[in-house]
Design a protein around this ligand. Structure first.
Ligand SMILES: Cc1ncc(C[n+]2csc(CCOP(=O)(O)OP(=O)(O)O)c2C)c(N)n1
Length: 338
């Protein structure tokens, strides 16, 4: 399964949307407009977009603290996403989620979570729900190499395999968990091999090549959709920036400067894909038009977010419970149904 002509342009557009959105997000963070912390996916766009493109609109996704690329890859509007990062009422979660705990149900993002490994059981539960409901919805679960060493990874993959759940576990292996390398922390550093222990396919792909990730993901989606169960995909990728924007890690460098420079110079997924598209005969003007559109969309998102009101502190607890509350909750803790 390969990307068709329209999908190729869409892959380029989505990767650029992630890149430009996050570059602008870092500028807004520096200007004090985004509270909390900011974990960028810059460098990892092909792994995200290649995995999201084979999904249907009604498929579900769970993510991580590195959270902005996943909704954009699934087709999110940038306005409400930027407003969410700024903690504004116009945000997808009315500003209550922020960068690390957002959800965008409009595009199937059921959770981004700062708890490393926290999204893995949620995705597994979501896939279990699809099976119980008898629908062919697939769940895509993003996590980093650090999360592979959490207990949730092992319990979830075991259950998903046993019950043949329609879920794809997509490891964005950027080589480091903050400052700890895979070599320093994994008894089996070839993460795809871990799949064998759970009786599911384990596929390693070049995460800087959007077509390669798409092909592996499309196969896994088909497998999940027809009831053949989960797949573990390990996309070998790289984060260009620090673990989180502005983070200072003391001591000697945990990754060689030369390595970072080499990835930026030779393995930038967007640069690689642009030249691949030109080689395939795509008109340069088409790509330039996409680039201009993306810049406009990000500019508009910032304007929308800055002009959106800040939530009133009195409304802090709003949206914490579903409204109206289901019957069985009405007598719990004195909560009133509304
Ligand atoms: C359960 C838990 N343990 C530790 C942390 C602190 N922490 C935040 S991000 C991170 C590293 C995660 O690395 P990885 O899963 O590889 O994702 P990446 O940051 O590389 O995208 C750690 C240890 C946390 N948030 N949650």
């Amino acid at each position: 399964m390969q990307l068709n002509g329209d999908q190729k342009l869409e892959a380029y557009r989505l990767m650029l949307r992630i890149r430009r959105f996050e570059e602008e997000g870092m500028r807004q963070f520096k200007a004090g407009k985004i509270p909390g912390s900011f974990h960028a996916s810059v460098g990892q766009e092909a792994a995200i977009v290649g995995a999201c493109l084979p999904l249907r609109d009604d498929d579900a996704v769970t993510g991580t603290h590195r959270s902005h690329g996943h909704p954009i890859g699934k087709g999110a509007h940038l306005d409400a996403l930027m407003a969410e990062l700024m903690g504004k009422e116009g945000g997808i979660c009315k500003g209550r989620g922020g960068s690390m705990h957002l959800a965008d149900r409009s595009v199937g993002i059921i959770s981004e979570s700062a708890i490393v490994g926290g999204g893995i059981p949620l995705a597994t539960g979501c896939a279990f729900s699809a099976k119980v409901r008898g629908v062919d919805q697939v769940t895509l679960c993003f996590f980093g190499d650090g999360a592979v060493n959490e207990g949730t990874f092992h319990e979830s993959l075991n259950m998903a395999s046993l019950w043949k759940l329609p879920v794809i576990y997509l490891c964005e292996n950027n080589g480091y968990a903050v400052s700890t390398s895979v070599a320093q922390s994994h008894g089996q550093p070839d993460i795809a091999l871990r799949a064998a222990g759970y009786g599911m396919p384990g596929v390693k792909v070049d995460g800087q090549d959007v077509s390669a990730v798409y092909e592996a993901a499309a196969q896994a989606v088909t497998r999940a959709r027809v009831g053949d169960g989960p797949t573990l995909i390990v996309a070998e990728t790289y984060r260009f920036d620090e673990h989180s924007f502005g983070m200072v890690i003391s001591g000697p460098p945990y990754r060689p400067t030369e390595e970072v420079e080499r990835y930026k110079r030779e393995r930038d997924p967007i640069v690689l894909y642009r030249s691949e598209l030109l080689k395939q005969g795509v008109d340069d003007n088409i790509l330039t038009a996409i680039e201009e559109d993306v810049i406009d969309a990000v500019k508009q998102a910032v304007e929308f977010a800055l002009s959106s009101p800040t939530p009133c502190p009195d409304t802090l607890a709003d949206y914490m419970f579903s409204s109206p509350l289901p019957d069985h909750y009405s007598s719990v803790n004195g909560l009133e149904r509304n």
